[in-house]
Design a protein around this ligand. Structure first.
Ligand SMILES: [Zn+2]
Ligand SMILES: [Zn+2]
Length: 281
């Protein structure tokens, strides 16, 4: 069995950042390229990573926050323009409505391109949407995907689900945005590679600020995301091999993040950077 590879496409947050694109990553398992989340800039990042956007026919969404789905319009229509002729989207309840709303908004645009002679397959036809609202196994009928896929609910202020891709001899887990929860460490149990939100690292925006609005936002964010140490605790509890931290705010001090996580977790700690690739095993 070939080794899976994970490429971080976007390691950023809702705050626009030239250094970090919107949250997204792509898991390459054999012939299948699985996109997980689709933040702003995802399609261009796929091109920069030399992964043709039209080769991505599976997209898993963790939740419907804007930073994780802003890139979907370009992925949907741009990838179709490049030649994608089928698509499967998996995600929490609400993604079908988001997809259908985009189709409605761009109905004239899509009809125009079909009138030029482009096949409707991959945008209006041969599109499968799998919505769910409960943890468990997600049944995907696709011989190209050599994995069982499991999901569990995280702690975030909208329904948010992490994913576990379990192959014969390798396991990849991405938890999505979450505050500390046992569900994250259960989902990641024994994984080779875990990508985990470590958003609450100190950064210039929130560090030593006197601005009461920013102070309040920072306090409230503690209920929605993890500090690097909390992310590392999840990796430790789950006994994973490698931890990739992601979802960073602009100007995050990555050395501090590394030290904070490495003080808790004995395995390999990786600070996620855009366009870096890691082998899962
Ligand atoms: Zn979120
Ligand atoms: Zn987010």
């Amino acid at each position: 069995m070939s080794e899976w590879k994970l490429t971080m496409l976007g390691t950023g947050s809702p705050r626009p950042d030239l250094e970090r694109s919107g949250p997204s990553q792509v898991l390459q398992m054999g012939e299948a390229n699985i996109l997980i989340d689709c933040g702003e800039g995802t399609t261009a990042q796929l091109q920069r990573a030399n992964i043709p956007p039209q080769s991505v026919t599976n997209l898993f969404m963790t939740h419907l926050h804007s930073d994780h789905i802003f890139g979907y319009g370009q992925f949907l229509l741009g990838g179709w323009g490049l030649g994608r002729r089928k698509l499967r989207i998996v995600g929490p309840k609400g993604i079908k409505n988001y997809h259908d709303t985009l189709l409605e908004l761009f109905k004239d645009d899509i009809d125009y391109r079909i009138s030029l002679g482009r096949s409707p397959k991959g945008v209006l036809e041969d599109v499968e949407i799998i919505e769910f609202d409960k943890p468990g196994e997600i049944k995907v009928e696709d011989p190209e995907i050599p994995a069982r896929i499991f999901t569990d609910e995280m702690v975030h202020n909208v329904p948010t689900f992490g994913y576990r891709f379990e192959g014969k001899d390798q396991v990849f887990v991405h938890t999505g945005d979450t505050a500390p929860t046992e569900n994250a460490s259960k989902l990641a149990e024994g994984a080779n590679l875990l990508v985990q939100d470590g958003c609450l690292a100190s950064n210039e925006t929130y560090k030593n600020t006197d601005n009461p609005e920013l102070q309040m936002i920072w306090r409230n964010l503690q209920k929605e995301h993890c500090t690097p140490a909390q992310a590392a605790q999840i990796a430790k509890d789950a006994k994973v091999e490698k931890l990739v931290l992601t979802h960073f705010l602009p100007n995050t001090d990555v050395e501090e993040v590394y030290d904070e996580a490495a003080a808790v977790f004995d395995g390999e700690v990786i600070i996620g950077e855009d366009l870096e690739t890691y082998s899962v095993k």
